[in-house]
Design a protein around this ligand. Structure first.
Ligand code: C2E
Ligand code: CA
Ligand code: CA
Length: 573
């Protein structure tokens, strides 16, 4: 109720404007809405709510009160946020659990992986057998035991024979399968406390604690019997053989050397013709040492071109006339004496010196061949050499440089190069043939001797291995085989050479069998180039124009002896 000043001044009578509103439910409701109080009440009773507004009479007597619950922003916020907080906590909790589980499982898999890595480090992937590392650990462990108990340790190193041939002919998968099968067979046939490991390649090692020496012998027998039956590999029945080297830790020998000694014995077993078991003896180590020293000196000899070439005549079986010579390398070593090519050529092959040795041989033989243009010159090419990338260049380039026609050069290869049946080798041989070189198959009959090789590859000449010639008197079978090969050669139009003829009997037998050419000590040993040159000159006089004595070849002595050997050749034929 408000006095109006304007009207109050104008009129002396004070007027009042009175407006009455009934506080009824809708009004309270609209109050509540305007002031955003949801539980506004208007009542007499004191209902204990903390928000109140009392209406009093003029006399100050309480009439009625508005009462409500005042808002507390904090509580409300808490109330509003509570579900979210709970949800967040729940999510965090779940996350935590998930993380925990992840951590646990990853640490478990870490442990598992570590175990796997440990297994891999100690085992061979192909066979699942322990590897060399594990063998060494085992050896170390058992050596400790052997020191206490009166036992000896035996190590047998087992190596498959001619495993490379299996790989080459049947493929690497078959090779892998065979190794796996051999590993299984060996593992099955051993005693429970024997230990077997794969050392790599086609090599296994077996460790046995021996109370008696006979235990070691039994181990050898067990290994041998494991190879008695063929192995079924990718549809083939493979007759695998193995060479075995055995070393036994005696009181005088150190355990650490056991595997090395077994390896040396294995090497000896291979050298003795494979398929056998050899027990280590100290003398063997000396031979290995000697071989190592040969290898070192051979390298120096090749680098210094300290090797020489000798040439062995090959004569026509019908006439005895020398038609060609075979180049054979010689090494006169100041330290080791006269070392034969059958010793040092394999060393050169195994230690990667064959390419250099081969280049020396080719260069020297082609250069020397100019001294006897009327004869063809045969050069032995080893399997590794033939497979080398540079072989075509190594052969063709020197003929060009020296102006020698490849028609005068014969390449002698052994059938083992054809066994692999790889296209590159065949291509190489075909290119050589197209370039004019002749190709001879050497040592025919000594290896796998497949007639298919001879049929499928156009060889110009077959050289029957010496083993069919030597001691022929006692075996009529050999002569039958020679006859068959000769017939085969005739059908295909190839020369057939019999090598290693030492006696007149052998010569006659070979002539009777129909070979076209003969080679051997009976006619001539390998000769120096000067000697061959002299012989050719002498033979030139003998067979062609009989020119004057004054034209005698340069080295009188060799010419004379050459004349003698030539005369001998004519006489025996
Ligand atoms: P091969 O190719 O079969 O050579 C024939 C071997 O038989 C030669 O031995 C030769 O001296 C020998 N020989 C010849 N006639 C007779 C005989 O009547 N009786 C006996 N018992 N032996 C006879 P060599 O020179 O010791 O060569 C041995 C092997 O070394 C050769 O066998 C050949 O495979 C290899 N070789 C020799 N020279 C070379 C070469 O320059 N390069 C290559 N890659 N290998 C070579
Ligand atoms: Ca030869
Ligand atoms: Ca031969």
């Amino acid at each position: 109720i408000t006095p109006s000043f304007d009207t109050a001044e104008k009129s002396p009578t004070r007027r009042l404007f009175l407006s009455v509103i009934e506080i009824d439910a809708p009004l309270i409701e609209s109050f509540a809405q305007e002031s955003m109080i949801h539980d506004l009440k208007f009542a007499i009773a004191n209902d204990g709510k903390s928000g109140r507004f009392d209406l009093k009479s003029d006399a100050g007597r309480p009439l009625k009160s508005f009462s409500w619950t005042p808002k507390r922003p904090g509580t409300e916020m808490v109330q509003g946020l509570l579900p979210m907080i709970i949800a967040a906590l729940a999510i965090a909790g779940i996350l935590m659990v998930v993380l925990m589980r992840k951590l646990l499982s990853s640490s478990a898999s870490l442990a598992r992986r570590e175990e796997e890595a440990q297994h891999l480090a100690n085992h061979d992937a192909l066979t699942g057998l322990p590897n060399r590392r594990k063998l060494e650990l085992e050896l170390f462990m058992r050596a400790g035991r052997a020191n206490v108990a009166p036992t000896r340790l035996a190590v047998a190193v087992v190596d498959l024979d001619r495993f490379k041939d299996i790989n080459d002919t049947l493929g690497h998968h078959a090779g892998d399968d065979l190794i796996r099968a051999v590993g299984e067979r060996l593992a099955q046939s051993l005693r429970a406390d024997d230990f077997i490991a794969r050392l790599g390649g086609d090599e296994f090692a077996i460790l046995r604690e021996c109370k008696e020496l006979v235990d070691a012998d039994q181990l050898s027998a067990t290994i041998a019997s494991a190879f008695a039956t063929p192995f079924a590999v990718t549809g083939h029945q493979i007759e695998a053989n193995a060479s075995v080297g055995v070393a036994i830790a005696g009181f005088e020998r150190a355990i650490e050397d056991l595997v090395r000694e077994a390896d040396i014995a294995l090497y000896e077993a291979k050298a003795r013709g494979r398929g056998c078991t050899v027990r280590f003896a100290p003398a063997m180590a000396k031979r290995i040492e000697e071989r190592r020293s040969l290898e070192v000196d051979l390298k120096i000899a090749i680098a210094n071109k300290a090797l020489t070439m000798h040439y062995q005549p090959i004569v026509e079986a019908a006439t005895g006339i020398v038609s060609s010579v075979e180049a054979l390398v010689r090494w006169q070593c100041p330290k080791h004496g006269n070392v034969g090519p059958d010793v040092f050529v394999p060393i050169a092959e195994e230690s990667g010196m064959m390419a250099d040795l081969g280049r020396f041989v080719i260069e020297q033989a082609i250069e020397d061949s100019k001294r006897w243009p009327q004869l063809s010159t045969a050069i032995n090419i080893s399997p590794a050499q033939l497979r080398s990338a540079s072989i075509l260049h190594d052969l063709i380039e020197p003929t060009k440089r020296h102006g020698v026609s490849p028609k005068n050069i014969t390449i002698e290869i052994t059938e083992s190069v054809l066994m692999a049946n790889d296209q590159r080798t065949l291509r190489t041989l075909n290119i050589l043939k197209d370039s004019g070189f002749s190709i001879a198959l050497d040592d025919f009959g000594s290896g796998y001797s497949s007639l298919a090789y001879v049929r499928d590859f156009p060889f110009d000449r077959l050289k029957i291995d010496r083993s069919f010639v030597t001691g022929l008197e006692d075996t009529s079978r050999s002569i039958e085989i020679v006859k068959a090969v000769v017939n085969f050669g005739k059908i295909l139009g190839r020369d057939v050479v019999a090598e290693g003829i030492e006696t007149e009997q052998e010569m006659q037998a070979m002539q009777a069998a129909g070979v076209t050419h003969l080679q051997g000590y009976l006619f001539s040993r390998p000769l120096s180039a000067a000697h061959v040159e002299a012989m050719v000159n002498v033979s030139g006089r003998l067979t062609a124009s009989r020119t004057t004595e004054r034209e005698t070849a340069e080295p009188a002595a060799s010419a004379a002896s050459a004349a003698v050997s030539q005369a001998k050749i004519r006489r025996v034929v």
